[in-house]
Design a protein around this ligand. Structure first.
Ligand code: ZN
Length: 232
């Protein structure tokens, strides 16, 4: 029997990611809010015909769910944005050649108007990197025995952070838009993996010693974080 592969399907102008998996016993459709798309899980042995009929049946439901997803947003002049919990008014400064800079509650962006969004996002990514470095220095003071690490800020869709066995920590740039405690918690979580590569009780003890208020931050991530994905 031909084994099904992970692939993108088109139904009624909508994209559905077909994701066959070993544990799956039946066809299941779900909406991936962060990725802004639909995912269909199915057993490896599912028939193409069966999948087509299933999608046909749920096309109406899919339209409704996908339409209800939050609209994608861009960084625009004269709109407010929260960075590490602090409010800024995005301001366009076309006549200046200073890149992106902060000025008393304003985040000023120079250059061509069509690059406004990208320049703002690049600035936020850099700030995220700087902030992670700063936060980690505080955590190293609390737990000097933690192995060293390097931070990389990336576009991530399924996780907020990750930590490799070599000490490379990746963070989602969108964490900059979350409250500062939430950002700090994710840094603490990934740094705790430098010591414990699992989510055991010992791991959570390390998280606690770095960032005692971690439970509230975790709760915020599970309930509020989907809003961070509205930014493109
Ligand atoms: Zn983890």
């Amino acid at each position: 029997m031909k084994k099904l592969q992970k692939t993108n399907l088109q139904i009624d102008g909508m994209e559905v990611l077909l994701s066959p998996c070993a544990q799956s016993r039946c066809l299941r459709l779900k909406i991936d809010i962060k990725g802004g798309r639909a995912i269909l899980t199915c057993p490896f042995g599912a028939k193409e015909k069966q999948i087509a009929v299933f999608l046909e049946k749920y096309a109406g439901w899919l339209h409704e769910k996908l339409d209800a997803l939050p609209q994608k947003r861009f960084f625009e002049p004269e709109t407010e944005v929260f960075l590490f919990g602090k409010k800024y008014l995005l301001t366009y400064r076309p006549g200046e050649k200073r890149g992106v800079y902060e000025e008393e509650g304003l985040l000023c962006v120079c250059g061509h108007r069509e690059h406004f969004h990208r320049r703002t996002k690049d600035f936020i990514k850099k700030e995220c990197q700087r902030q992670a470095q700063k936060t980690s220095e505080e955590f190293y003071k609390k737990l000097p025995s933690l192995p060293s690490c390097r931070f990389r800020v990336k576009e991530m869709t399924s996780r907020w952070g990750s930590c490799s066995g070599k000490g490379d920590i990746s963070l989602s740039w969108r964490l900059a838009l979350a409250p500062k405690e939430v950002f700090d918690y994710v840094v603490a979580h990934e740094m705790a993996h430098l010591k414990e590569m699992n989510h055991s009780a010992a791991f959570w003890e390390v998280v606690f010693s770095l960032f005692p208020a971690y439970k509230a931050a975790r709760r915020w991530l599970s309930f509020q974080a989907k809003n961070l994905y509205t930014y493109e």
